[in-house]
Design a protein. Sequence first.
Length: 319
Amino acid sequence: MSEALNRHRTLPWRLEQPRADGSWVHVQEQRVADGGTLRIMRDITAIKQRELQFADLAKRNATLASTVASVTSGIVICDAVAADQPIVFVNAAFSRITGYSAGDAMGRNCRFLQGRDTDPETVERIRRAVITGRAVTATIRNYRKDGKTFWNEVNISPLRDENGKLIHFVGIVQDVTNRIRTEENLREAKNQAEVASRAKSEFVASVSHELRTPLNAILGFSEVMQLEIFGALGAPQYHAYAKDIHSSGRLLLDIINDIILEGMKVVGELSGSGQMQLPFVLQSAETMKASVAHLDPFMEKVEGQTKGKIVLATVKGDV
């Protein structure tokens, strides 16, 4: 009561007061010409609700602004309505990645980040998406303010109002230079490994043919000498020499076979089942053919003298 009397003595006064039902009323009292007072009351519930909404929106905007400022990805917003879609906002991460401050970027189209080594096909794909109002993701080579290049993985999304009208484009910028360099290094390492593998495979094939072919001929002729197919050797020690030749050749052939087998495992020419792959089967057949060719003239003579008894069964091919 005393508060109301004090207000009455200090006219005019006004007051915004909530009611028990949640509504708000604006009360104003002032003196009139005849010495009395006039009190005016009006409902301001709608106004107070809008004020509360604005206060809540301002709070959320402050939170959003703080979040955008702290993220590590660059964020750029362009006006989709204005001519040439100028930049209207960039965050701190955008400036850190590109070297351009907000003042440098504002009002410019994002193409100022492009340069000589920027892929025109990627640029065209982004341009078509922007023209048609579609989202697009692309990895593009861009340029920093200092002229250095970086790989930019950019995600562009259209932003529409409540009526579905396109009003902004929001771009998320990420520097993926280290990832792209790692991928390039891995591809280069893979290519080098494939070249080395082909070189090993060619070496194994060459060893198989160039070494085992003459060695098999040596083994075959040493057997012919031991069996004296073309007549007596003469001195008895020649038999021992022929035997040493054959034993040494057999040992050398086993060593070469082991080396070639390990080489085939390295270059992947053996399947998981241990079966030899077709290129080596064909190479082995050629080696066997070449080995037999060395002895072919003599086999005919032996056949003529021994009535068909061929004694070269121990000649081994590349299998």
